[in-house]
Write a protein that binds this ligand. Structure first.
Ligand code: SF4
Length: 203
C-alpha cells in the first residue's frame, strides 16, 4: 500500500508524488526508496479522497502537516490545494516544502491557489546564483530557473504567505553567506538544513 502520510522526527509529512523537475546531487531519493521504514515510491499519485482517507487512518490529532515526500508536491496541485484546505479547516498548520518551480511545472501562476491551502512555503534555495544552482540541482527548466525561484518566493510573501528559504549544509560557506544575503534582501528567513546520507536513521 502506498505511503501518502509518514512520521519523521515527531512530525507528519505528506508524500503525494514522485515527480520532480530537479535532480539534486544531495537528494535522498538516490540512496533508497525507503525512508525511516516507509517505502516512498508510489504506485499511484493520491487524489484528495485518498489523502482524506490517509489522514483518517492516521487516527491521531494533527497539529502540523508538511507536503514534502519523494517528489515535488506542486506536480499535483489539485490534491495539494484540496488536502491543504481540508487540513486547515481542521485547525492543522500546513507547510509546503517546494523547489520553487511550481509555476514552471504548471505553466501558470499557482501562488493564488496556495493562498488558503497552506500557511507556510519553504523554498529550497540551495545556491546563491544561476550556474551554481544548475550544477547542484540540474533543473529541467534550465539556467533561468534560479531567477524564477526567487520571484516565486517574493510573490508568495507578497500574497501573505509565510515564506522561508532553505539550503543544505554541504554547499560552501561562501554560498551560504551569499544565500543569507539574498534572503535578507527579500526579508525572508533562511534555514541551513543538515545533509542526510542515511535514510533509515535520518542522519
Ligand atoms: S527538489 Fe527535492 S525531491 Fe527534487 S531532486 Fe531535489 S531534493 Fe530531490
Amino acid at each position: 500500500m502506498d505511503n501518502y502520510l509518514y512520521e519523521l522526527d515527531g512530525k507528519v509529512y505528506l508524500n503525494i508524488t514522485n515527480q520532480c523537475s530537479n535532480r539534486c546531487e544531495f537528494c535522498i531519493r538516490t540512496n533508497s526508496d525507503m525512508l525511516v521504514g516507509y517505502n516512498m515510491r508510489l504506485k499511484k499519485e493520491p487524489s484528495f479522497e485518498d489523502m482524506r482517507a490517509a489522514v483518517a487512518a492516521y487516527g491521531k490529532p494533527l497539529k502540523e502537516a508538511v507536503f514534502c515526500g519523494y517528489g515535488e508536491p506542486t506536480y499535483c496541485m489539485d490534491t495539494l490545494t484540496r488536502t491543504g484546505a481540508y487540513l486547515r479547516s481542521l485547525g492543522v498548520r500546513v507547510r509546503l516544502n517546494t523547489n520553487g518551480q511550481g509555476r514552471l511545472i504548471n505553466d501558470r501562476d499557482i501562488v493564488p491557489e496556495l493562498v488558503g491551502a497552506v500557511d507556510e512555503v519553504s523554498v529550497s534555495l540551495n545556491e546563491a546564483e544561476r550556474a551554481a544552482y544548475q550544477s547542484l540541482c540540474h533543473p529541467r527548466f534550465g539556467m533561468f530557473t534560479h531567477d524564477e525561484i526567487l520571484d516565486f518566493a517574493k510573490d508568495c510573501k507578497a500574497a501573505g504567505l509565510s515564506v522561508r528559504f532553505s539550503v543544505v549544509d554541504t554547499i560552501p560557506n561562501e554560498s551560504i553567506r551569499r544565500c543569507r544575503k539574498i534572503a535578507s534582501q527579500l526579508g525572508v528567513p533562511l534555514i541551513v538544513r543538515r545533509h542526510v546520507s542515511d535514510n533509515e536513521s535520518y542522519t
